[in-house]
Design a protein around this ligand. Structure first.
Ligand SMILES: [Zn+2]
Length: 621
């Protein structure tokens, strides 16, 4: 092959992978235009100068189209195996992240030893990937500058908060190995916050408004001041006291004296305190006057000694108010910095989208593997160290990030690959029985690949033997397992449908010449059950050969298992009814013995986490 100027080996390898994939997906014929489009999607930097690439793409595509589809599949398998069976796209994204480096940029005005950051979640839901980003960046900066990191529950809206959510947040942070230097609750400071409110009234920085909520809303929209604004300090103090015992919910609020004509509508006399007659998960009915996030966050940050208040970009317009409250009270200003929100395409993080799904039973709960909550990612088999690496690889960007989930998968694959036991399974919707004839009966066959038969004996079902198989191709610490094999196996129908007359290799076992398929007419429904069609093959030897590899489950060692395969939850803003696939499969019996919570890799299927005995959740390919 001619290597053109400016195209490096990495590019050629990328073209080859993409072309192979395209060929395999389209009956062995890759198309130059499709391959080109895919390459640009993966590597936008190649868009400029793509013309120069096309002759090479053409050459590669022609070369690949001359191969048989089996050859294409084998090569693609081999490449994907080397790449940890990763998706080409995800790897490209990962490479991009690696180029960027994983360190955060320096913080402005940071002094070594005195940086204080904080993570202020409201305990009104389960923590998700967006929280993970915030908390990891907060903690990393505190460590980077040998400073302090505070976890502060901003729990001042009792109607929305629950004990369960405090625990879920603590649990999620523990899982991420985030260790705050101080954990506190804003609700512990309520009385202190009342004193600051009174000080603000004293300096004429706030007033109590008793207008109806809809009037307030209308006035705010049109920039009109209400009569309450012109009351004296004394009258405001009087009204403020009445908020604690006389006014009912929605009858009075404490408002910041901002600017009703401000172009930033946040500054149009926003609410600082309101009456919420609802039991608080920690404080019970002790308080009824509760500060808003705007008031509580700025005061708390200031009194907690926070130097750098990091928050997501959606609060950008509120920064003016944050500083204005502190200025009016003459308090120290932390520096507010924004970062972009993080969520995945088709996996919304907002409670507004998630809660209805839980209520309608469309997902299993907060830890449903289709959700982006930490509990869900954990249940799915995503590892906390992968999340940390992923977050840091994205860095401290202000631009909105909606990276594909595959990017996290690619990092996770690297983390779990060495510890995931390799097992075989055959989907029941793509399954046929293979009966092997002419099998050498000697149990002592001197296998080249280091595996061997532990014993062999006759049984009711016929002659079976115990085969010892390694649990991992390179990590010997994962040990071996014994599988009882006779002469009948479940194998994927798609692997042998076109293989009559060809030799295949039962992975880690032996080679078989596929000879014929017999369709039984006793009601077989083709799903691989006992009365379906059978493919017959002839034993041809043990030596490792470069022929098509077929995974198998011995009929004498099979259990029925289930794999739940999470898919994109939302497609174009609507709930995807096919977002959770249930795969029924024959699995080797060892699959039923792996401890709950462990990771396995079903060969040629994907990585899965054991959710319960015989039930798996697919993490990713
Ligand atoms: Zn008013």
């Amino acid at each position: 092959m001619v290597i053109m100027m400016g195209i490096d080996e990495g590019d050629i390898a990328l073209i080859r992978r993409v072309a192979l994939k395209n060929a395999v997906e389209h009956d062995g014929k890759a198309r130059v235009d499709k391959v080109t489009a895919k390459i640009i999607a993966i590597r936008p930097d190649l868009r400029v100068g793509v013309k120069a690439l096309i002759p090479t793409i053409k050459e590669v595509v022609e070369e690949i189209n001359r191969l048989s589809i089996d050859e294409q599949k084998s090569e693609l398998d081999a490449i994907e195996h080397v790449m940890g069976e990763g998706r080409v796209e995800a790897k490209a994204d990962l490479a991009e992240a690696e180029r960027k480096g994983f360190t955060l940029p320096p913080l402005p005005n940071a002094v070594m030893g005195s940086v204080v950051t904080r993570f202020p979640p409201e305990p009104n839901g389960y923590p998700h990937i967006g929280h993970a980003k915030a908390v990891i960046i907060d903690e990393e900066y505190a460590r980077m500058y040998k400073g302090r990191f505070i976890l502060r529950f901003d729990d001042t809206n009792p109607a929305k908060e629950k004990r369960e959510y405090y625990d879920a947040i603590l649990d999620g942070l523990r899982w991420l190995s985030v260790k705050p230097d101080l954990i506190k609750n804003t609700s512990d400071d309520i009385e202190l916050l009342y004193r600051y409110a009174e000080r603000l009234i004293e300096v004429d920085g706030a007033y109590v408004c008793t207008c109806k909520p809809e009037i307030i809303k209308r006035n705010r929209a049109s920039g009109i001041e209400c009569m309450c604004r012109s009351l004296s300090k004394e009258e405001n103090m009087e009204r403020w006291r009445k908020m604690f015992n006389e006014y009912r919910q929605n009858q009075a609020i404490l408002r910041f004296r901002g600017d009703m004509k401000s172009t930033n509508t946040v500054m149009r006399d926003p609410t600082l305190f309101r009456i919420i007659e609802h039991e608080h998960p920690l404080k019970g009915h002790r308080y009824r006057v509760w500060p808003t996030y705007d008031f509580a966050a700025s005061i708390e940050d200031s009194i907690d000694g926070v130097t750098h208040a990091l928050r997501s970009k959606e609060y950008e317009l509120r920064n003016e108010l944050y500083y204005a409250i502190l200025d009016r009270l003459g308090m120290r200003r932390p520096m507010v910095l924004e970062f972009s929100r993080l969520e995945f395409e088709g996996m919304p993080v907002s409670k507004r989208r998630i809660v209805p799904l839980i209520e309608k039973g469309l997902v299993m709960g907060w830890d449903d593997p289709r959700l982006p909550t930490l509990a869900a990612l954990r249940r799915r088999g995503i590892r906390p160290e992968a999340i940390r690496e992923f977050v840091l690889s994205l860095g401290f960007t202000k631009a909105d990030t909606k990276p594909p989930f595959e990017m996290l998968e690619a990092i996770n694959r690297k983390v779990i690959d060495a510890d995931a036991i390799r097992l075989f399974m055959v989907r029941r919707d793509d399954c046929i029985r293979l009966k092997v004839e002419g099998l050498e009966q000697s149990p002592d066959m001197g296998r080249e690949d280091g595996y061997g038969y532990a014993d062999s004996h006759g049984s009711k079902k016929g002659r079976t033997a115990l085969v010892r198989i390694r649990n991992h191709p390179t990590n010997d610490a994962l040990g071996t397992r014994e599988v009882r094999v006779g002469d009948t196996f479940y194998i994927p129908l798609s692997d042998v449908r076109d293989a009559i007359g060809r030799e295949v290799r039962l992975i880690d076992l032996y080679n078989v010449m596929i000879e014929r398929m017999e369709h039984t007419d006793d009601g077989g429904d083709g799903d691989g059950d006992r009365d379906g069609p059978v493919v017959y093959g002839r034993f041809t030897g043990y030596e490792v050969k470069y022929v098509k590899k077929v995974q198998w489950v011995s009929v004498d060692d099979a259990i029925n298992g289930i794999v739940l395969v999470p898919k994109q939850l939302y497609i174009d803003d609507s709930y995807n009814r096919e977002s959770l696939e249930t795969v029924h499969a024959y699995m080797e019996s060892y699959a039923g013995k792996v401890a709950v919570g462990s990771m396995v890799q079903f060969v040629r299927f994907g990585f899965c986490r054991v959710d319960a005995s015989g039930i798996f959740i697919m993490s990713h390919k």
